[in-house]
Design a protein around this ligand. Structure first.
Ligand SMILES: NC(=O)c1ccc[n+]([C@@H]2O[C@H](COP(=O)([O-])OP(=O)(O)OC[C@H]3O[C@@H](n4cnc5c(N)ncnc54)[C@H](OP(=O)(O)O)[C@@H]3O)[C@@H](O)[C@H]2O)c1
Length: 272
């Protein structure tokens, strides 16, 4: 099986590197293509991928085409790909808002997967949610899952609406965590800690809390109750968060991302 990654940007390269590192694919079965000659020349020097600038040189021999260009490049890319695609090829897109139907129409194939990764894919801790057209077989789905799992974990969802919803949780989620981290670091700075110490206090706290959570069956709420004793310091902080409705505001933010993902999908469809 040969995989072609189109777009050697942040995400395309993250997947390409993870694929090579994993046992899922032999190096010789991975191809990567980008329009920028500078980028491909650089890649040829530093990587051991088969790097291409012309799609006609690599597309015909690919079984799986992994599309990692920006959504606004989708239309022109689809136009270039369509005449060369064959019905047995399977395309996976991580382009935000590009729907299954627009991929089917744009590429002229039936086997398509729409996936939504997140930023930690770049360090092998990503979460990719995905859904597939009904023409993708169970065996192919299992292959897709293994491919996506090389950058962390994947979750298969039933509908595209679920993928949009997952954008509001895991897709955009790393930014919510960064928001919280930044707010805590800013508070630490105000309390007089150095930049370095603020960073250590916050990053180790996040890492430790996540590790505890992952190593037990307790819910975050149960952990909160374990940490917070009546009349204590943590309870004071949690009460302040409750009084300020932080929980509702986080939910509102997640829905804002979900709704924006739906809107982007509609805009993308209207433009294609
Ligand atoms: N970054 C994230 O956390 C994240 C999360 C979820 C989904 N995504 C999705 O992932 C996709 C890629 O994002 P990214 O941040 O990796 O973008 P990026 O860094 O801009 O990478 C895209 C690459 O594709 C190249 N390209 C453009 N048109 C091409 C074509 N026709 N053939 C081959 N290569 C082409 C671009 O070249 P030029 O620079 O010369 O245009 C660029 O090198 C986006 O659709 C985004 O919606 C990203």
């Amino acid at each position: 099986m040969k995989v072609l990654v189109i777009g050697a940007g942040n995400m395309g390269l993250a997947y390409a590197k993870a694929l090579v590192k994993s046992e899922f694919l032999q190096k010789t079965n991975l191809m990567i293509s980008d329009t920028s000659p500078e980028k491909t020349e650089e890649l040829k020097k530093v990587s051991r991928f088969d790097v291409y600038t012309k799609l006609e040189d690599c597309l015909p021999i690919a079984d799986i085409i992994f599309i990692a260009v920006k959504p606004y490049h989708a239309e022109e890319l689809f136009k270039e790909l369509k005449p060369m695609m064959t019905k047995d090829q399977l395309a996976i897109s991580i382009m935000a808002g590009v729907t299954i139907q627009s991929m089917k129409d744009g590429l002229g194939i039936k086997k398509v997967v729409r996936a939504m990764p997140n930023l930690p894919a770049q360090v092998g801790k990503g979460l990719t949610s995905f859904t597939a057209s009904e023409e993708v077989s169970r065996l192919e789905l299992s292959t897709v899952e293994k491919l996506l799992d090389t950058t962390g974990r994947s979750v298969r969802l039933d509908t595209e609406n679920d993928v949009d919803a997952s954008t509001g949780i895991s897709g955009s989620g790393p930014a919510y965590v960064f928001y919280f981290m930044q707010s805590m670091m800013d508070a630490a700075r105000k309390m007089g800690f150095s930049e370095h110490d603020s960073k250590v206090l916050v990053s180790q706290t996040f890492e430790g809390a996540v590790e505890l959570f992952n190593k037990s069956d307790l819910s975050p709420a149960s952990w909160m109750n374990r940490v917070a004793s009546k009349g204590g310091t943590t309870r004071a902080a949690l009460d302040s968060m409750e009084d300020n409705n932080i929980k509702d505001l986080v939910e509102e933010a997640a829905y804002a991302a979900f709704n924006r993902a739906v809107e982007l999908g509609k805009e993308q469809n209207e433009n294609s």
